[in-house]
Design a protein around this ligand. Structure first.
Ligand code: SAM
Length: 257
């Protein structure tokens, strides 16, 4: 990965979120639900959390009021600076200024590890799953989001090339030009591959939820946010079952036996 992608002066990752209130709401909603489930097993106010690829701290607003201490692992200096500014009302966090691959994460340190919108950038996801597993205390939780190769909008590809579409292999979304230029990786994943790999690492899958199910420029133009939220609630059970949404959240547990 070219480390400077999120550090680029011309690129402000906050801009990406200015017109994505619906997706932001969906992701924060599912996180709140997951945290409430976790809280039934381990008291959040005593928990140490690590967010891998914390960006400018968009999701930290959800967990900083809940947990004892958080470590925001973020390799991009520009995003760390922004997060420090945006989260100035909180004092219970510090940064780990490294990519996850090289960061030293001590064994059995965290109660919760969170990784949202980062898997698509990783060259070796299986190695990162192992690292997360080792850094979690027994009984700890890993909350993972990944972009879904089987998103309903992609199903037309089934007719073009069913073998590639249905294969468990991840899909490189970069154009050939960007691939040659070795730009930042951007992979979409088959849900079955991700859950298989998590289980192989040792995790128990507690919940899998399809998120941002109405993410379509057409629907987002047509419907007000309140309708999109209503539809999201309505579609979620079916889309989760069939893995149809663009983004999948998984709640996994490291066994405590
Ligand atoms: C799409 S942003 C998501 C940020 C944040 N998780 C959110 O949802 O708002 C991807 C983030 O992953 C970080 N990132 C990319 N490669 C990484 C790596 N190898 N290790 C840790 N973080 C990485 C980027 O710097 C960036 O902050």
């Amino acid at each position: 990965m070219r480390k400077h992608f999120y550090d680029d002066k011309q690129f402000d990752y906050r801009d990406y979120w200015r017109n994505r209130k619906y997706e932001d709401w969906c992701e924060k909603k599912v996180l709140k639900e997951f945290f409430s489930l976790v809280n039934q097993q381990l008291p959040l106010q005593e928990a140490q959390l690590c967010e891998i690829g914390s960006g400018f701290g968009r999701l930290a607003w959800v967990y900083l009021p809940l947990v004892k201490r958080a470590f925001l692992l973020e390799p991009a200096a520009k995003l760390r600076r922004l997060a420090k500014k945006e989260l100035k009302e909180f004092s219970n966090f510090s940064f780990i200024a490294e990519p996850v691959e090289t960061a030293v994460l001590k064994k059995e340190t965290f109660d919760i590890v969170l990784m949202v919108r980062v898997l698509h950038h990783l060259s070796s996801p299986s190695l990162v799953f192992k690292k997360v597993f080792s850094s979690l205390k027994p009984g700890g939780y890993f909350i993972l989001e990944f972009p879904n190769k089987l998103h309903l909008k992609n199903w037309h590809r089934l007719f073009k090339d069913p073998k590639i579409f249905l294969s468990l292999t991840r899909e490189d979304r970069r154009s050939p030009k960007n691939r040659n230029a070795q730009s930042i990786p951007f992979f979409n994943y088959h849900p079955r591959w991700v859950t298989k790999e998590l289980k192989k690492t040792g995790f128990l899958i507690e919940k899998k939820v399809s998120v941002s199910n109405c993410r379509s420029p057409f629907l987002k133009k047509l419907l007000p946010l309140s309708w999109l939220k209503f539809l999201e609630r309505l579609l979620r059970p079916l889309f989760s079952l069939l893995n149809w949404g663009p983004s999948i959240f998984v709640l996994c547990k490291k066994p405590d036996y």
